[in-house]
Design a protein around this ligand. Structure first.
Ligand code: PEP
Length: 257
């Protein structure tokens, strides 16, 4: 059975003190891993080391919001896989829609990052998702296929074993508009079929596919309760313990039902 993953993407929010306070509250409340729910927080780069100290003795895992694919050198402003591991990260988000659409990241660049992160032993949370205009033009599935094929180009089944996919329709991110459970399930089912055809059915059955896009306490259970939804990637509602912990609780309830 696939283990739920509830991940918080803090984006460019918090400061040293508020981030430590938030992580501390989660460390106290995060369920132990044997409950079938994993919890991940992804703070901004400058706070990773401090948050690592806060969560290191808890079940809360630490991830970064991005990474660069080169190992070291003259890449001003960039951060390597080894640096992330050095400060305690086990995960990294790659290909978030804000990286794709605000920073202009291409599937080719995302693929390089995915391969570098896997080679370095990080669990990759690979984000894919369509724009509203693409959905309205009936292109959702072809956009997902292109992003999956691009992001996972030359990634073998063995290498992909620690990859988590996050389906994040761009029109639902930070907008308060959530995909309906049916829309989410349909996209997740399509992604799982894509994994079956690219890899195989056994692998597809194991890979986790998170939903992201305005997940809140009041919609988390129905979204994560869909057969092909294995957790949530949460932005806004991950910034306050009183908003994020109920989402973890919803996953815990589903995992134990
Ligand atoms: C995200 O940042 O990945 C996200 C889904 O944001 P929000 O939950 O705020 O829509």
């Amino acid at each position: 059975m696939r283990r739920f993953l509830v991940a918080g993407n803090w984006k460019m929010n918090t400061n040293r003190a508020s981030g430590a306070e938030l992580a501390g509250a989660l460390a106290v409340n995060a369920p132990a891993s044997e409950t079938g729910v994993e919890v991940l927080v992804c703070p901004p780069y400058p706070y990773l080391a401090g948050i690592s100290d806060v969560v290191s003795k808890s079940a809360v895992q630490l991830g970064a919001q991005d990474v660069y694919f080169e190992a070291s050198g003259a890449f001003t402003g960039e951060v390597s896989v080894e640096m992330l591991k050095d400060v305690g990260c086990s995960h990294v988000i790659i290909g978030h829609s804000e990286r794709r659409h605000v920073m202009g990241e291409t599937d080719e660049m995302i693929n390089k990052k995915v391969k570098a992160a896997i080679a370095g032993g990080l669990t990759v949370v690979l984000c894919v998702g369509e724009l509203l205009s693409e959905r309205e033009a009936g292109k959702t599935e072809s956009v997902l296929d292109t992003q999956m094929a691009g992001g996972l180009a030359d990634v073998s089944e063995e290498d992909a074993k620690d990859v988590v996919i996050a389906y994040e329709p761009v029109w639902a991110i930070g907008t308060g508009v959530t995909a309906s459970p049916e829309q989410a399930e349909s996209a997740h089912e399509h992604l799982r079929k894509w994994v079956t055809s690219r890899y195989n059915a056994a692998f597809s059955d194991k890979i986790r596919i998170l939903y992201g896009g305005s997940v809140k306490a009041d919609n988390a259970e129905i979204l994560m309760g869909q057969p092909n939804v294995d957790g949530a990637l949460v932005g806004g509602a991950s910034l306050k313990p009183e908003l994020f912990i109920p989402i973890i609780e919803a996953a815990r309830k589903l995992a134990n039902s």
